[in-house]
Design a protein around this ligand. Structure first.
Ligand SMILES: Cc1cc2nc3c(=O)[nH]c(=O)nc-3n(C[C@H](O)[C@H](O)[C@H](O)COP(=O)(O)O)c2cc1C
Length: 305
């Protein structure tokens, strides 16, 4: 079955992308499979300047999921462009840069650095930086800021596809989705992690030095599916589904509710070869359940019982 998918001017040979922060810069996973088998590769979050990230411990396991508070540790955008990007097979797999900044100007500047880079197919905007000026509330929780950041990135992106990544830590995710769409986003990706916490009763301490972290993995899939379903109904731009995908069936669930593609995150840690075979597994499963094509299956959820 033809698994190619196109949306917002972006063409992926299949709908499987790897989620930011869970696949390094891709080269770390090259020993486990052929990167060219992926539809897209979203690089770990990039900031203008290098960042050390949060203090350890910054990962904790929970039943059905994982908590992380890495804090966007990265070597900075210039390092990525100069030393990593040339080694990635960007002619055969869509390389997406994930951007992290703390105000609209800085986001615009980051987009400007990547605008002329041939190897970058799209920019994914991570709006989860706590905004100090607005009293610590994350960008991703404020529709006005989402709109401003999206506009700044789009203005400086040199025509590249701009995907805005939404947080589920809000009352109504459709309000944020509309703000990004009105700001000029070409697509939306969702969800980022859910805010969570774990404690150790013996040491009487939080399990993360940062106390609060982001929950990911199978535990969040129902929340992610609900968010994608709601957002697909609310905006006219394409949506990429993320959250707890650990099988071909999980991935197809997101396509059924209307996503154009999916991103795999935490599953990469459990099975480093998982993402490479996922598109083939999805194609086989589509055939098994009698779907005519990927396009016919996408968004074909029946609501009557
Ligand atoms: C260790 C770790 C690091 C992450 N780093 C980033 C990041 O830099 N930028 C970003 O937008 N999302 C980041 N995420 C969120 C993932 O891209 C993804 O949205 C989330 O984990 C949900 O998908 P999953 O349940 O398949 O893991 C990170 C997640 C994990 C687990």
């Amino acid at each position: 079955m033809d698994m190619q998918t196109s949306f917002g001017g972006l063409t992926l040979k299949n709908p499987v992308m790897t989620a930011s922060g869970t696949f390094g810069f891709g080269l770390e996973f090259a020993p486990y499979g052929d990167l060219k088998r992926l539809g897209g590769l979203v690089a770990k979050g990039l900031s203008l300047k290098p960042r050390e990230g949060n203090p350890m411990p910054r990962l904790a396991e929970t039943p059905c999921g994982m908590l992380n508070a890495i804090g966007i540790q990265n070597p900075g955008v210039e390092h990525f462009v100069r030393t990593v990007l040339p080694s990635l097979p960007w002619k055969d797999v869509a390389v997406v840069a994930n951007l992290y900044a703390c105000d609209a100007e800085e986001f615009g500047e980051l987009a400007g650095v990547l605008a002329g880079e041939e190897g970058i197919a799209a920019l994914e905007v991570n709006v989860s930086c706590p905004n100090v000026k607005e009293g610590g509330i994350a960008f991703g929780q404020d529709p006005k800021q989402i709109g401003r950041v999206t506009e700044a990135v789009k203005r400086n992106a040199g025509g590249k596809h701009v995907m805005v990544k939404l947080s589920p830590n809000v009352t109504d995710i459709t309000v944020c989705a509309r703000a990004a769409a009105e700001g000029g986003a070409d697509s939306l990706s969702l969800i980022n992690t859910l805010s969570g916490m774990a404690v150790d009763i013996r040491r009487r301490r939080p399990r993360l030095a940062n106390v609060i972290g982001g929950l990911s993995g199978p535990a969040i899939k129902p929340v992610a599916l609900r968010c994608v379903h709601q957002v697909v109904q609310s905006v006219d731009i394409p949506v990429v589904g993320i959250g707890g995908i650990a099988s071909a069936e999980d991935a197809l669930e997101f396509l059924l509710v209307g996503a154009h593609a999916v991103q795999v995150g935490t599953a990469n840690f459990l099975r480093p070869d998982f993402s490479f075979g996922l598109a083939d597994d999805m194609a086989a499963l589509l055939e098994e359940i009698g779907a005519e094509s990927l396009e016919a299956f996408r968004g074909s959820l029946q609501m009557e019982f």
